[in-house]
Design a protein around this ligand. Structure first.
Ligand SMILES: [Zn+2]
Length: 113
């Protein structure tokens, strides 16, 4: 069962392999995957969180309480990515806001192009 999800290029974060109640977002970078995927391969952006293989860490570092979902394909050039402060993160699916975030506190981004 474990091998199928690893066919994406290495510089891409995994995308959620299923959409449902198992989806959780990384509290640090807002990457969205299933709890199982975080357990399986950790967070591609937050390797220092050591979530891989540690379900307690996954529970600590992720939340199912998030809002919105966007797919970021080019974090370096996407204004949404800059707005979400994931400009240096890997392409993947990101939550617009996670628990504790005040969505309204985000300032309108300056669009340069
Ligand atoms: Zn993360």
């Amino acid at each position: 069962m474990a091998a199928a999800a690893h066919e994406l290029a290495e510089d891409h974060a995994e995308v959620p392999k299923e959409w449902g109640k198992n989806l959780v977002a990384c509290l640090t970078c807002k990457l969205v995957k299933t709890q199982e995927q975080f357990l399986d391969s950790g967070c591609e952006n937050c390797v220092t969180q050591s979530m891989m293989g540690d379900s307690d860490r996954v529970l600590e570092c992720t939340t199912s309480d998030f809002q919105g979902l966007i797919t970021v394909l080019n974090p370096g050039s996407s204004w949404t990515a800059r707005w979400l402060h994931v400009g240096k993160c890997k392409p993947g699916c990101y939550a617009l806001a996670v628990a504790g975030d005040d969505v309204l506190s985000y300032e309108e981004p300056e669009i340069e192009d």
